[in-house]
Design a protein around this ligand. Structure first.
Ligand code: E4P
Ligand code: PEP
Length: 464
């Protein structure tokens, strides 16, 4: 159990000159908003964060696999039943593919209910002869290209709280109220294009699950044990005002937790060792992710791990590597080797999205499905060579049939991007591409090439 040093104040954090922060013009208004946020109830319970930390520890130990996914940038307008259900359905379908094929428990974590703040490469955006502040996520400003919308508005932080609460409320209802029951495995994708290869593969798997379920019921097992799933919320902890206001001392343990989400990650652009984000998050008890891009070194990874997890607590640290398909085989091996040699057991999760973005000839920001799979294969190969466990995937996806990433079995080309390009920031996999990815990952997990300590004991049938 870590010591409990005082949580730094917001002023102390700002003195560390944090990157990627909004510039608010009315600091009194900011203080009002932060005070209001401090008075609002937690969105998650500290005990749930502890439960997730234990599951992340299983992923670090090679006994579970993490599936983390959702929008690049959630939006306030996107908080609709259809959107939330669509993302959940996609994640549950992917999880079932991974569980059934790979026979390993899947830790299900949404990039949901809090993913409203975006770091940007450039502070401004220019269209024609007009330059305005870049869109930084609904937590900060609006997407419309007008001075009013692009103003950094602190009231939006209350919008983040409300949107996250509404999303979590429905997610909790879905995962405990019957929607996620294993019996529903067919209905999640009932409307799926029959001609889609992943859709057909999914139907075949769903039929097998139906038969297995019927067999178990015939054997006298109450199928209500398959009625609910554990599902967790995560986002990038970027807005210091919001994350600080949502950091509370847990009444059970007297220890601080960030109660805006179960799992928080520090982005590639804000993970400076002496920076404000590391300083705030080192005090909270939540399980933490650290993004590692192509310029990362083993020393950086180890220094961050020492700072954020001085006690080597199981499940505390997850390294989310996002090196790019063409760099992963060069950069990842040394990091994995040195972290492992240090005696740390961390969860290794592959984000095959953020290192593979490019601008298409028609101006759309996109990713090629082949690069996404290329990076995943590199990730599995490196861990196979090192004898370490590839602990999970982190993907930007949606439940809709958008056209934002090229490739996949539908063979989307750059000319298709214009049809349904709906993301406000980075391109997401659509439902078909997400399922396809799940089948490919399941195949890598089942080939037998990956060492799994004890697959039989590791399979926990009551919580898929
Ligand atoms: O999601 C990640 C970042 O916010 C995003 O890649 C930054 O994109 P930009 O380079 O268009 O600013
Ligand atoms: C900004 C993100 O990633 P990264 O920090 O890896 O660029 C993200 O995951 O939204």
């Amino acid at each position: 159990m870590p010591d409990n040093p005082p949580i730094p104040s917001l002023d102390e954090l700002h003195a560390l000159k944090p990157l990627q922060q909004p510039s608010y013009d009315d600091l009194t208004e900011v203080a009002h908003v932060v005070n209001r946020l401090r008075s609002l109830p937690p969105l998650v319970f500290a005990g749930e964060c502890d439960a997730l930390r234990a599951k992340m520890a299983s992923a670090a130990a090679g006994e579970a696999f993490v599936l983390q996914g959702g929008d690049c940038a959630e939006t306030f307008d996107g908080v609709t039943a259809a959107n939330i259900q669509g993302k959940l359905r996609t994640l549950l379908s992917m999880a079932i593919v991974l569980t059934y094929a790979a026979q390993v428990p899947i830790v299900k974590v949404g990039r949901m209910a809090g993913q409203y703040t975006k770091p940007r490469s450039a502070a401004n955006e220019t269209r024609g002869d007009v330059t305005l502040p870049a869109y930084r996520g609904d937590a900060v400003n609006g997407f419309a290209f007008t001075p009013e919308a692009r103003r950094h508005d602190p009231q939006r932080l209350l919008g983040v709280y409300n949107a996250s609460a509404a999303t979590l409320n429905l997610v909790r209802a879905f995962v405990t109220g019957g929607f996620a029951h294993l019996r529903s495995v067919h209905t999640w994708n009932a409307d799926f294009v029959k001609s889609s290869a992943a859709g057909v593969q999914y139907q075949t798997l769903a039929n097998e699950i139906d038969r297995a379920l019927a067999f178990m019921v015939a054997c006298g097992i109450d199928d209500e044990v398959f009625g609910t799933v554990d599902f967790y919320a995560s986002h990038e902890a970027l807005s210091l005002e919001y994350e600080h206001a949502m950091t509370r001392v847990d009444s059970r343990t007297q220890l601080p937790y960030n109660v805006s989400g179960h799992f928080l990650w520090i982005g590639e652009r804000t993970r400076q060792l002496e920076g404000a984000h590391v300083e705030l998050l080192r005090h909270v008890r939540n399980p933490l992710g650290i993004k590692l891009g192509p310029t990362s070194t083993a020393d950086t990874a180890l220094e961050l791990a020492d700072r954020l997890d001085p006690d080597h607590e199981p499940g505390r640290i997850t390294f989310i590597t996002r090196m790019g398909a063409h760099r992963i085989r060069d950069v990842l091996p040394e990091i994995v080797a040195k972290v492992t040699a240090s005696g740390r057991q961390v969860a290794w999760v592959c984000d095959p999205m953020h290192g593979n973005t490019f601008e298409a000839r028609n101006g759309f920001k996109t990713r090629a499905f082949s690069d996404v799979i290329g990076e995943l294969n590199g990730f599995f190969d490196v861990h196979e060579e090192q004898g370490t466990w590839p602990g999970g995937v982190h993907v930007e996806l949606t439940g809709d049939d958008v056209t934002e990433c090229v490739g996949g079995s539908e063979d989307l080309v750059e000319a298709d991007l214009v049809n349904r390009y709906e993301t406000l920031c980075d391109p997401r996999l659509n439902r078909n591409q997400s399922l396809e990815l799940a089948f490919l990952v399941a195949e890598r997990l089942t080939t037998g090439r990956i060492r799994r300590p004890n697959p039989v004991q590791a399979f926990v049938p009551v919580s898929f």
